[in-house]
Ligand binder design. Sequence first.
Ligand SMILES: [Zn+2]
Ligand SMILES: [Zn+2]
Length: 541
Amino acid sequence: MSIPEQDDTVVRLRGPLSADVITAAAEQHGVCVRPFTMEVTDSDTGSVRHVGVPCGSTVESVCAPCAKKAKALRMVQCREGWHMATEPVDRRGEATADQRALVEYRADLVAAYRESVENGEAGEADELREEIRTVDGELHASGMRGRMPNPDGAGRRAPKRSTKRRQDVPDLPRLKVAKRTVGREYAGAYRPSMFVTLTCDSYGRVRGDGSPVNPAAYDYRRAARDAVHFASLVDRWWQNLRRAVGWDVQYFATVEPQKRTAPHLHAAIRGSVSHEVLRQVTAATYLQVWWPSHDEQVYGRYRLPVWDPEEREFVDPDTRAPLTAWADAVDQVEDPAHVATFGAQVHSKGILGGTEESGRHIGYLTKYLTKSTGEVVEATTDAQRAHHERLHAELQITPCSPRCAVWLLYGVQPLGVTSKTVPGHCKGRAHRRSTLGLPGRRVLVSRKWSGKTLADHKADRVGFVRRMLAAVGIAKPERDTSRLVWRKLAPGDTSAPPRAHLLMHAISERITWRAEYETALLAAQPPPGESNLSATRPMAA
Ligand SMILES: [Zn+2]
Ligand SMILES: [Zn+2]
């Protein structure tokens, strides 16, 4: 037995062990366990250092500290808007420097895209289009709202709609919607708000574990389509509710899967609405989906349409006849492909602000936000597993949007089809086994809820801690970061320190920070004998 061999063993054993220990310590101190490494160069001095940037995951099993922080922020957002007594100020109109830069970049991309289309450079155009889509995603992630103009320009045909195809008007009172977003005050003191739960319709009787009593009779097609269109149905519900009550109702809502895997909605609504009105609006709300019919599959696993590079479209593999283009397929629609409705059950409850009950309901609303959909509806019985498999199979042949590659299975070319489109394979979340069709956005917040973005709420928190520390003489000046050049490290870049070093550094920073914060908290507490009044306003001193 030689010593070097022994050393190797020790190193092999110690490596993963110490990484586990460091990760556990990071979790304990609330430090991100899987930070991205950024290289930061000071353009004045030329010095380079590496900084760990929190991963920002919202899923606890991925990164518990980041997920807990994200959830805490959502709770703050929910609380701030729920019982607001004055109209929030909308600060979202102002574009940030990042957004302006992205919009300029997008304009350049669109110009290049149009040029390549004109020159017939198909591959180049496809890539540019993909990049434009990525930029749009970044713009939306940065808090920008609304749809960006179509890169193909206004030349795109607007679908012709016959009067027959207009969305039917639900049988509800229709009032003019006033600008007011805050609820009424009762008896000069009480300003109740609502907690509401909406469910999907029934698709067949289910057992206690959510699996169907009779799987053969369970309507999986309707279940899949309702799940795909749930978010749009919910949007329609808010519109109908606002018209029925005559004011601009605001909400903070979360979408969660029920045991039977159908989505349901929990919503905090600002202001009070009678249960009867909520019930009427729910019963009268429906969504007609004016998409091409997709009841009969034309192609399947063994026979798929093929791409014709000359004509730049999908054609039948045998006859070479082109598949119906999206615009033509939409023009031919006579009846809605699907009509989504809610289930008859509506739960609603009036809740007063600042009460134990309101805190408990904010807890319900945000309870599952740190879990992925698959973790919320974990299958533990064979019947549940079979139920999930069957629903997933249905979702794989259910188109999720006009751009969905699943359309090709029904003989229709989706919007924006390219040589890279793979028939039946769409990356949309709706088709993934882990989501079971639940909408991608699990938190739905109306525009005038708190008058703040999540970034604003985060900045509030940082500012609060800064002021707290400043009050006890610990100054944390805002550093001038304009000279710093940030670069994300490519995977496998060996110039960066190992992740363990970044974690250790972050942990030690956190310990220092916490010590300072606790000093500030102690200092803010009144000396014994002073009234509670001063304790509630430590910053005023
Ligand atoms: Zn993290
Ligand atoms: Zn899709």
